[in-house]
Design a protein around this ligand. Sequence first.
Ligand SMILES: *[C@@H]1O[C@H](CO)[C@@H](O)[C@H](O)[C@H]1NC(C)=O
Ligand SMILES: *[C@@H]1O[C@H](CO)[C@@H](O)[C@H](O)[C@H]1NC(C)=O
Ligand SMILES: *[C@@H]1O[C@H](CO)[C@@H](O)[C@H](O)[C@H]1NC(C)=O
Ligand SMILES: *[C@@H]1O[C@H](CO)[C@@H](O)[C@H](O)[C@H]1NC(C)=O
Ligand SMILES: *[C@@H]1O[C@H](CO)[C@@H](O)[C@H](O)[C@H]1NC(C)=O
Ligand SMILES: *[C@@H]1O[C@H](CO)[C@@H](O)[C@H](O)[C@H]1NC(C)=O
Length: 291
Amino acid sequence: MATLKEKRTCGQRCEDFGRFIWNSDNGTLMGRTPEKWVYISLYYVAFYVVMTSLFSLAIYVLMYTLCPYAPDYQDRLKSPGVMVWPDTYGEEVIDISYNTSDKKSWMKMSNILHDFLKPYNDTKQLECNTHNCTKGKYFIQKTFSAPDHTKWACPFTQSMLGACSGLEDPTFGYNCSMPCVIIKMNRVIDFFPTNQTDLPPYVNCTILEGHNNVAKIDYFPERGIMDLSYFPYYGNLAQPTYVNPLVGVRFSLVGEKHAKIQCRVVADKISYENYYDPYEGKVTFYLKAMK
Ligand SMILES: *[C@@H]1O[C@H](CO)[C@@H](O)[C@H](O)[C@H]1NC(C)=O
Ligand SMILES: *[C@@H]1O[C@H](CO)[C@@H](O)[C@H](O)[C@H]1NC(C)=O
Ligand SMILES: *[C@@H]1O[C@H](CO)[C@@H](O)[C@H](O)[C@H]1NC(C)=O
Ligand SMILES: *[C@@H]1O[C@H](CO)[C@@H](O)[C@H](O)[C@H]1NC(C)=O
Ligand SMILES: *[C@@H]1O[C@H](CO)[C@@H](O)[C@H](O)[C@H]1NC(C)=O
Ligand SMILES: *[C@@H]1O[C@H](CO)[C@@H](O)[C@H](O)[C@H]1NC(C)=O
C-alpha cells in the first residue's frame, strides 16, 4: 500500500522515470530493446499499409461504378410535378388574390414574378446558353461537347413569355384584372415527356369554379408549348446552365373576378391522376382580383 511505502523524493522519481526511458544496464528503451522496437514498428507499418489499401480499394471500386452525372437511385417521381408562380399560399391551397387598387398588393405579386424570372434575363441567357438549338426536336446529346466537359442547354429567355414577361408590363397585369401566372414543370433526369414528337407538351388551363368570371385565357409562348429541345434534362452536373421552359398564362377576369383554375401539362408520358400527389402533372389554384 502506498501509504506504508517510504516516501520517495521527487528527484528519485525522476531518476526512475529516466531509467525507464533508457535503461543502460540491459540496454532497453522504454522496457524493450531497440531491436524489438524495430520489429514492433515494422508490424504496425505493415498493418496500416494493408488497412489503407483495403479502404482505398473499396472507395475506388465504389467511385468507379458510380456515374457522376446522375444519381444512381432516383426516388424522384417518374412523372414530374407542376408548379405555379406567384406561389402565394392561403390555407393549404395556392391562393393568388390581390387588390388592383392597392399598389402594395399588386407589387407583391409582380415582385415575386420578377424575382422568379431573374435567371431568365435575356442578356444572361444569351450569354450562358449560346447553343443554337433546333426547335421541335429532342436535344439528345451523347457527348459532353459544351465547355468544361458539360452538355449544352437551350436558352429560355424572359421575352419568350410575351405579355407575361414583365418587360412590356412590369405589373404582369396585376394592376388590372388580367393577371399572369407562370407555370413550371419540375425537372426529371432523362425524362422524355412524349414519344409523339409532333405533339410537344403544352399547358392547358381549365376553369373548375367560376366559369362566368373568366372571359379569356392566353398562353405564352403560343399554345402554351414547352419545346422539345429542353428535353431530356441530363442533371445539374452535366448541364449546369439548364433552365426549365416556362409557360405564362394570362386570365381576363370579369364579373365577380374570382375563379378556381387547374393547369395541366399535357403529354402522353405525363400522368396527372395520382391521388397521393395532387401536384403530379397539374396544379390547382384560386385566383381573385379585388378592387
Ligand atoms: C383595395 O384597396 C383599396 C385601396 O387601398 C381599399 O380602399 C379597398 O378596401 C381594398 N379592397 C379590398 C376588397 O380589400
Ligand atoms: C437583365 O440583365 C441586364 C444585365 O445584367 C440588366 O441590364 C437588365 O436590366 C436585366 N433585365 C431585366 C428585365 O431584369
Ligand atoms: C441557328 O440555326 C438556324 C438554322 O440552322 C439559322 O437560321 C440561324 O441563323 C442560326 N442562328 C445563330 C444565331 O447562329
Ligand atoms: C398597368 O400598368 C401598365 C404598365 O405599367 C399600364 O400600361 C396600364 O395602363 C396600367 N393599368 C392600370 C389599370 O393602371
Ligand atoms: C408511345 O408510347 C405508347 C406507350 O408508352 C405506345 O403505346 C405508343 O405506340 C407510342 N407511340 C409511338 C409513336 O411510338
Ligand atoms: C383542355 O382541357 C379541357 C378539359 O380537360 C379539354 O376539354 C380541352 O379540349 C383541352 N384543350 C386542349 C387544347 O387540349
